[in-house]
Design a protein around this ligand. Structure first.
Ligand SMILES: Cc1cc2nc3c(=O)[nH]c(=O)nc-3n(C[C@H](O)[C@H](O)[C@H](O)COP(=O)(O)OP(=O)(O)OC[C@H]3O[C@@H](n4cnc5c(N)ncnc54)[C@H](O)[C@@H]3O)c2cc1C
Length: 317
């Protein structure tokens, strides 16, 4: 990507977004894995107007654009991203509770929504306790746990398309799949309304405590990670079990390690690189395939350049 184009795009965005746009921002601090090189341009859009400016400017200069939430499901390559990384800001952090519904901007953190629902004695979101990330990221990945997922409780989603149109998706437009919202990759989720149910606040708190205790017991939360790295395959056995049975627990590449506590977590033991993590992921995938004939599909998303040597996802075979 030409540096001149990047400089021009940056200067246009800076006129409007001021200090909310920076060059060469290291993304490691923006992800829970704590790895990744710089984004050529990193922009925070505080309003729809700013969102339009970022989208149009990236388009005008032919720069790729990627929306980041809290970076908790993301592996960014060591060389970073030669385009624009966009995060939603202020106007997308509003939330409103109306009877059993929570209407919230996509930049609102999912953990804060879980707490807010509990404070208002609204049931239906406890499954998400301990899932880091933003509402937008949760919808894009259809985040879930304890046999529930965010898609189950969505009333509507407002997206902003790359042609700068706002669209409300509801009813049949909303077909969530396992760890996938049904938006185009290019659509930006800006807001959603969740349908909850009146509940007993003590019961909700008890359930949240139980779910969180389970996480603490089974997940290596003291290390940087991106949660489960592989999706559970359709064969009815969890990815973690297949990985553990393949003898991968404790396997290491550089400073990345397959957690001994939860085999489907790859943790950054300190100063791991994205390549360490990617190579480890690849080695695990290969070993599970050789021993069990199952191709594990990554659950985490990738940003930037990686050698394309992961085994193909099962539906691409
Ligand atoms: C310790 C730990 C535990 C976890 N446990 C779980 C779990 O139990 N269940 C689970 O499902 N996940 C889990 N995760 C993964 C992660 O927290 C979720 O996938 C989360 O919903 C991602 O949200 P995010 O804002 O961090 O998204 P990011 O990681 O920033 O982005 C993920 C994807 O969403 C897209 N995206 C983000 N915001 C938007 C937007 N506004 N519009 C359109 N696309 C957008 C990005 O482009 C990217 O493709 C865990 C992660 C960690 C670190």
């Amino acid at each position: 990507m030409s540096n001149r184009y990047i400089a021009r795009a940056f200067s246009t965005m800076q006129k409007f977004l001021k200090e909310n746009v920076v060059r060469d921002k290291t993304l490691a601090k923006e992800t829970t894995m704590r790895v990744g090189g710089p984004a050529a341009i990193f922009a925070i859009a505080d309003s729809l107007e700013h969102l339009k400016i970022v989208i149009d400017t990236a388009k005008d200069w032919g720069l790729p654009l990627f929306v980041i939430g809290k970076g908790s499901n993301l592996l960014v390559s060591d060389s970073g991203f030669p385009g624009v990384v966009l995060r939603l800001g202020q106007d997308f952090m509003q939330r409103k509770i109306d009877k059993n519904k929570i209407q919230a901007g996509a930049a609102v953190s999912l953990p804060s929504l879980v707490q807010e629902a509990a404070r208002h004695s609204l049931a239906g979101l406890s499954f998400a306790v301990g899932i880091p990330g933003s509402l937008g990221g949760a919808l894009a990945t259809n985040a879930g746990a304890h046999e529930s997922c965010i898609g189950d409780i969505v009333k509507n989603v407002i997206i902003y398309t790359r042609s700068c149109e706002l669209k409300v998706l509801t009813g049949d437009d909303l077909r969530f799949e396992y760890r996938k919202g049904n938006f185009e990759d290019s659509d930006i989720v800006v807001e959603a309304t969740l349908n909850l149910k009146p509940g007993d606040s003590n019961e909700i708190k008890r359930e949240m405590e139980e779910f969180f205790a389970e996480r603490k017991e089974s997940q290596p939360l003291q290390f940087p990670s991106a949660g489960c790295v592989f999706k559970n395959p359709k064969v009815g056995v969890s990815a973690g079990k297949l990985i553990a049975e393949s003898g991968c627990k404790g396997m290491r590449m550089g400073n990345a390690e397959v957690s001994a506590k939860h085999a489907n977590f790859i943790v950054n033991c300190g100063h791991a690189t994205a390549s360490d993590i990617y190579n480890l992921l690849r080695a695990v995938q290969k070993r599970v395939f050789e021993l069990h004939g199952v191709i594990l599909e990554p659950e985490i998303r990738f940003l930037g350049e990686f050698d394309d040597v992961l085994l193909p996802a099962p539906d691409r075979l």
